[in-house]
Design a protein. Structure first.
Length: 143
């Protein structure tokens, strides 16, 4: 599908790219409350998973699973949240968010009402190069 000029995900800018192939890319999201937060973004402007052929749907989910497994191995979170909304930006993308019992919103969604004030927490942010390497290896062997 052609690029949509007003779509912020069609034009990659100022992103911390962790991994990419001809279909999609994985970026690190800079969120001080959610270390390790990643986004899997389909390159073409597609609104819904069902707009993709079955093989491409499987591929994007393989990427989501690879990111999830990589974050679990590196960070040992209490939970990983996977979400694909598109209400604000109708361009196919997935949020992959490591969650910890002491994060601001736990057990609520990260977009919900905060449950506690931010406080000093252990540094959890994985090194981008290490995370990128884990994702790359997971995509080479997606078992």
């Amino acid at each position: 599908m052609p690029e949509t000029h007003d779509c912020p995900l069609c034009k990659a800018s100022d992103e911390r790219l962790l991994w990419s192939d001809r279909h999609c890319r994985v970026i690190a999201v800079d969120d001080p409350d959610y270390a390790g937060y990643c986004r899997v973004i389909w390159h073409d402007h597609v609104r819904e998973m069902s707009d993709l052929p079955a093989s491409e749907r499987r591929h994007v989910m393989d990427v989501v699973y690879a990111v999830e497994a990589s974050l679990r191995a590196l960070m040992q979170p209490d939970k990983i949240n996977l979400a694909s909304f598109g209400n604000m930006v109708p361009h196919l993308h997935w949020h992959v968010i490591p969650r910890f019992r002491d994060d601001r919103h736990f057990p609520e969604p990260v977009w919900g009402r905060a449950q506690r004030e931010p406080e000093a927490r252990p540094e959890r942010t994985p090194k981008h190069d290490t995370l990128a390497d884990r994702i790359r290896r997971a995509m080479q062997d997606p078992t």
